[in-house]
Design a protein around this ligand. Structure first.
Ligand code: FAD
Length: 410
């Protein structure tokens, strides 16, 4: 029998505890909050997008932004099919929605936490809430876990304290300090899956404007990313699915000023097709204001902004628009440059990128390469993915591997 302490009661900690409890091991889960899975309650807007049909093999790895290869063994150990079976076995039926996103049939995130809690209770895991871990030391073969409720000793520790985003849920980043105390390198933590802060006088005038079927492109010297879909201008920020996905790449930029962000309002058309379309529209509406014609092709609130960038008066008559003016409109419609900043907003970031360096963790077991007996799972590790259920799947898969390994299962 091995004594195992799991630090943190999010999805990674709950899954780790479940698998660690095999072989009659004595598993104690310590959580500083008054309840388990506090962050899980707010996931998926309260519905918890717990996994995705694509969480299988390479399809899953394609949706991981940081260190996908590190997760190869974890997703092989516990994938989408295992997650569906696990939750159904523990009383929570799941359903698949658009984009392969998986939710509980009840649409209640609390049912996911209930299922995880039911699973660990059945295995005899002991849970101690309101217990804040303040330090962890290794003394010979034994770990000493110091908390506000006293000292606990054990043979193995699984660290699942999450990242730094939404700190009100308990994920405040102290797990990084515990890892550092064992010599681990921490890749600097940054907010990811977060709205992109925008610069420019026009930005305030666009608040509330939502866009569909647009493309967002990040163009750098070495890399280029693009996302197609929906976006929303909020208070001096660009939000919505494609902006959040792009933020995952912006968070990794060494030099944001060398990477330009463009909005393409007509991604289905080539530049020359759009020029031709504009020419036709202008020919048919020679006596209209240019803004009137453009409002049939663009969101009305965006037209004055675009014309301002092109230095064309909104009420200029179409027949007086020069060829170069018309071309500049076409270029701006396909390549509207958004001046942006890198977000520092951990309060509203869905995940944290950065964390315990994957080079120092055995990807087959989740055990520290520096400190035998110490394991990691979930967002504390430098892994993160796009929205769609991939981040909770990371927590479940790495939790499974860490729990099994700490518990002595091959
Ligand atoms: P966490 O869930 O952060 O859990 C860590 C736990 O450790 C916390 O309970 C914390 O209190 C505890 N802890 C920390 N330090 C200590 C300490 N010193 N002592 C004791 N306990 C400690 N992902 C998806 O896949 N689908 C979604 O729909 C989705 N929606 C999201 C919506 C929002 C608003 C947010 C913020 C995130 C969302 N995510 C979603 C991301 C997902 O919630 C996280 O990736 C996931 O919860 C990470 O799991 P974890 O167990 O590693 O960490």
């Amino acid at each position: 029998m091995t004594r195992i302490i799991v630090v943190g009661g999010g999805p990674a900690g709950l899954m780790s505890a479940f698998f660690a409890a095999n072989n009659n091991n004595d598993v104690l889960l310590l959580e500083k909050n008054e309840k388990l899975g506090k962050k899980l309650y707010i996931t998926g807007k309260g519905r918890c997008n717990v996994t995705n049909e694509k969480c299988v093999g390479q399809d899953f790895l394609n949706n991981v932004v940081s260190n996908p290869k590190f997760l190869y063994s974890a997703i092989s150990a516990f994938d989408y099919n295992d997650a569906v079976a696990f939750f159904e076995d523990n009383g929570c039926k799941l359903k698949v929605e658009r984009g392969g996103r998986v939710f509980p049939v009840s649409d209640k995130a609390s049912d996911i936490t209930k299922a995880l809690t039911h699973a660990i209770m059945q295995k005899g895991v002991r849970v101690q809430l309101d217990t804040n871990v303040v330090s962890i030391e290794k003394n010979g073969e034994t770990f000493e876990v110091q908390t506000n409720k006293g000292l606990f000793v054990c043979d193995k520790v699984i660290l699942t304290t999450g990242g730094k985003s939404y700190p009100t849920t308990g994920s405040t980043g102290e797990g990084y300090e515990f890892a550092k105390s064992f010599g681990h390198n921490i890749i600097p933590a940054k907010p990811s899956l977060v709205a992109i802060p925008l610069k420019g006088a026009y930005v305030a005038s666009l608040e509330g404007l939502s866009l569909k079927n647009v493309e967002l492109r990040l163009v750098g010297k070495k890399k280029r990313y693009s996302f197609f879909g929906e976006a929303l201008f909020t208070d001096k920020e660009l939000s919505g699915p494609i902006a959040l996905s792009m933020s995952a790449h912006i968070a990794h930029l060494d030099n944001a000023s060398e990477n330009k962000l463009f909005l393409d309002f007509k991604p289905y058309m080539t530049q020359s097709e759009l020029e031709e379309r504009l020419l036709n529209e202008f020919e048919q509406n020679k006596n209209s204001d240019v803004q009137t014609v453009l409002k049939t092709m663009l969101p009305a609130r965006f037209v004055p902004v675009l014309l301002d960038v092109c230095e064309i008066a909104p009420n200029q008559k179409v027949h007086s628009v020069t060829k170069s003016q018309r071309l500049s409109i076409a270029v701006a419609m396909k390549n509207f440059e958004l001046k942006y900043e890198v977000s520092k907003d951990f309060e509203r970031a869905v995940v944290t990128t950065g964390g315990v360096d994957t080079k120092e963790i055995n990807s087959k077991t989740m055990e520290s390469k520096l400190c035998p007996g110490l394991f990691f799972a979930g967002e504390i590790i430098d892994v993160d993915a796009y929205t769609g259920g991939f981040n909770i799947q990371i927590a479940l898969s790495t939790g499974c591997l860490a729990g099994r390994s700490a518990g002595g299962e091959a």
